[in-house]
Design a protein around this ligand. Sequence first.
Ligand SMILES: O=P(O)(O)OC[C@H]1O[C@H](OP(=O)(O)OP(=O)(O)O)[C@H](O)[C@@H]1O
Ligand code: HPA
Ligand SMILES: [Mg+2]
Length: 180
Amino acid sequence: MEEYIAKVLISREELAKRVAELGAEITRDYAGKNLLVLGILKGAVPFMSDLIREIRLPLAYDFMALSSYGASTQSSGVVRILKDLERSVEDVHILITEDIVDTGLTLNYLIANLKARNPLSVKVATLLDKAGRRKVEVSPDYNCFSIPDEFVVGYGLDFNEEYRNLPYIGVLKPEAYKSI
Ligand SMILES: O=P(O)(O)OC[C@H]1O[C@H](OP(=O)(O)OP(=O)(O)O)[C@H](O)[C@@H]1O
Ligand code: HPA
Ligand SMILES: [Mg+2]
């Protein structure tokens, strides 16, 4: 699997350190609040799983699965909900966890959709922010790492469903794209 990794962008140790810092910040900000951590399947799973164990507060967590509409590889901004929340959110502060904010189209849709359900608040924690690719104005409230416009994999991020289980964030070699 790792023969296709050109370089390690963020090491396992750097990930753990930064996720712990973010967890401490969220612990301070949400003390005394009814917190629902929302994981966006599938990429957010490793980040969310590590982050919730660094948040030293009572919390609930749930998941949503979203899909960009249509067969195009270019996201259209129209998003379908494949799996929704299990209960109403009017009494909770929602913290969305994402692996990456890229064009921002997914998050833009999701925030509007959640706000329409009248939660106490909606904020976003992302592992990676690729701000150079933004198509809509959306900025995460918490971000672990800002990254350049390179296609990254690992720690939840996939290429064609592979590489999600790498324990670090890596950049793919061009051969990886050509081999499929
Ligand atoms: O800012 P955007 O351009 O909208 O891109 C970001 C979204 O794309 C990825 O999800 P993907 O659809 O690949 O699903 P996955 O998490 O199952 O890999 C990622 O996990 C974000 O949800
Ligand atoms: O760089 C990326 N890698 C994997 N999935 C992604 N989804 C948006 N950007 C990326
Ligand atoms: Mg993906």
